[in-house]
Design a protein around this ligand. Structure first.
Ligand code: ATP
Length: 372
C-alpha cells in the first residue's frame, strides 16, 4: 500500500495532541500526548475510567474544543480551522436532546435542514432521507409521535437516526447507551454494530463500560489519565494486555510474579508461584533470569484433583456461585491467592468443596507479560 492510499483509508489521525484546559502552563491537563489512527469504516472505541479524557478527545474531533498542541486530520486534511458544522462529523450524545414539540419525523427533518450536508437536499429528497433513516433504526411507524410518547430506547434510536441523516463520514457517540437499562443496552449494542456495518460510516464510540467496548468494537483504545495505554482488537486487549492498568480494567485477572527461565524461538518460559513451571508465552522482549509481572485470566486456570501429576497444589478458600460460572478463590503454598473461574455444571460432584485440596493447571499461553 503506498503512503497516499494509506492516508486516504484513515478516517481520523490524531497527531501528538495535548489538551490543557485554561492556562496552558498551569491549567488541568486532560490529554498528555495522544497519537491515534482511526480507519475508515471502523467501529473504534475510546474506553477508560471517568476523567481519563475520552470526551475531551471526542469534542476535539467534533470541533467543540481545540488541541493545545498537535493536530487532528480528517481523511488526511487538517481540520483545525473548520468550525463544527463544517466538519463531515456528527455526534450522538448521552441525552437525546429531541425537540419535544416536534414529531419524530419533524425532529429528523429539522436536524437535516440545519446541517450543511442536509441543506443541499430538496424537499422530496429530504422526506425520503427521513423515511430511510427511520427505517434503518426500525422507527418508521413512530414517525408522527412526539418524543414524550416514546420510551428511552426509542428516543435514543431517533437521536441516532437524526445524527446519521446528513450522512456524516464519521459518527461520534458519547456514551449513548448509558441512560438505558441493561437488557435494552445489550439489544442496542447489536443494533449499533449492525447499523455501522450497513452504513459503512466510521463510528467513534466513547464508553467506560468494558463489556460494551469488547462486544461492539473493531478496535479499542484504552485510555487512562490522559494517555493511551493500548490500542488493539478486543481479543488483543483482553488476551494480551500490555500493562497492569489494561489487564485490571478489562475483565478480571490474576497478577502473578514470574521468573524468566529461558527465551527460545520467540517463546519465553517462566517459573511461576512456588517455582511452578508455567506454559511458555510468545514473548521476545524479556531476558533469562528477569522477574516479570504476568496476568492470567481466571478462566484460563483449571481445578483438577489434588493427585493430578504436574498440577500446582492449592487449597480451596471460597466458592462463589455466579449462575453461568463458579468462581473459586484458591491459596498456594507460598500464601498467594488466585481466582479461578469454571463453567457451572449440573453435576455437583465435580465442584470443589471449600477447605479441600486441589490441583491447578494453566492453559497453554494463558499468561501475558505486563510491560509496566
Ligand atoms: P467521563 O467518563 O466522566 O465523562 P472523560 O474520560 O470523558 O470522563 P473528560 O471529560 O474528557 O473525561 O475530562 C478529562 C479531564 O479534563 C478531567 O480531569 C476533567 O476534570 C478535565 N476537564 C474536562 N472539561 C474541563 C473543562 N471545561 N475545564 C477544566 N477541566 C476540564
Amino acid at each position: 500500500m503506498n503512503a497516499l492510499h494509506s492516508l486516504q483509508t484513515l478516517a481520523v489521525s490524531i497527531r501528538s495532541v495535548r489538551k490543557v484546559y485554561g492556562d496552558p502552563h498551569t491549567g488541568p491537563v486532560a490529554l498528555k500526548s495522544i497519537d491515534l489512527d482511526i480507519r475508515d469504516n471502523e467501529f473504534f472505541t475510546l474506553l477508560g475510567p471517568s476523567g481519563c479524557g475520552k470526551t475531551t478527545l471526542l469534542r476535539m474531533i467534533a470541533g467543540f474544543e481545540f488541541p493545545t498542541e498537535g493536530e487532528i486530520l480528517l481523511y488526511g486534511e487538517n481540520i483545525a480551522d473548520r468550525p463544527p458544522f463544517e466538519r463531515p462529523v456528527n455526534t450522538v450524545f448521552q441525552h437525546y436532546a429531541l425537540f419535544p414539540h416536534m414529531t419524530i419525523a419533524e425532529n429528523l427533518a429539522f436536524g437535516l435542514e440545519s446541517h450543511p450536508m442536509g441543506k443541499v437536499l430538496g424537499k422530496p429528497q429530504m422526506a425520503e432521507r427521513v423515511r430511510e433513516m427511520l427505517a434503518l433504526v426500525q422507527m418508521e411507524r413512530f414517525a408522527n409521535r412526539k418524543p414524550a410518547q416514546l420510551s428511552g430506547g426509542q428516543q435514543q434510536r431517533v437521536a441516532l437516526a437524526r445524527a446519521l441523516a446528513p450522512h456524516p463520514k464519521v459518527l461520534l457517540l458519547d456514551e449513548p447507551l448509558s441512560a438505558l437499562d441493561l437488557k435494552l443496552r445489550q439489544a442496542m449494542r447489536e443494533e449499533l454494530k449492525t447499523i455501522q456495518a450497513r452504513t459503512g460510516i466510521t463510528f467513534i464510540f466513547v464508553t467506560h463500560d468494558q463489556e460494551e467496548a469488547l462486544t461492539m468494537s473493531d478496535r479499542i483504545a484504552v485510555l487512562s489519565e490522559g494517555e493511551v495505554q493500548q490500542v488493539g482488537r478486543p481479543e488483543d486487549i483482553y488476551e494480551r494486555p500490555r500493562n497492569r492498568f489494561v489487564a485490571d480494567f478489562i475483565g478480571e485477572t490474576n497478577f502473578i510474579e514470574g521468573t524468566v527461565t529461558r527465551v527460545e524461538n520467540g517463546l519465553a518460559w517462566f517459573a511461576g508461584p512456588a517455582g511452578h513451571p508455567l506454559p511458555a508465552q510468545p514473548c521476545i522482549d524479556v531476558k533469562s533470569g528477569a522477574r516479570v509481572a504476568l496476568s492470567v485470566r481466571p478462566e484460563r486456570l483449571h481445578l483438577v484433583p489434588a493427585t493430578t501429576e504436574s498440577a500446582l497444589p492449592c487449597r480451596i478458600e471460597a466458592q462463589i456461585y455466579l449462575g453461568t460460572d463458579l468462581q473459586y478463590q484458591v491459596s498456594l503454598s507460598d500464601g498467594s491467592r488466585l481466582t479461578v473461574r469454571t463453567p457451572n455444571c449440573v453435576d455437583q460432584s465435580k465442584r470443589f468443596a471449600v477447605g479441600s485440596q486441589a490441583g491447578l493447571l494453566f492453559d497453554q499461553g494463558s499468561a501475558s507479560v505486563l510491560h509496566d
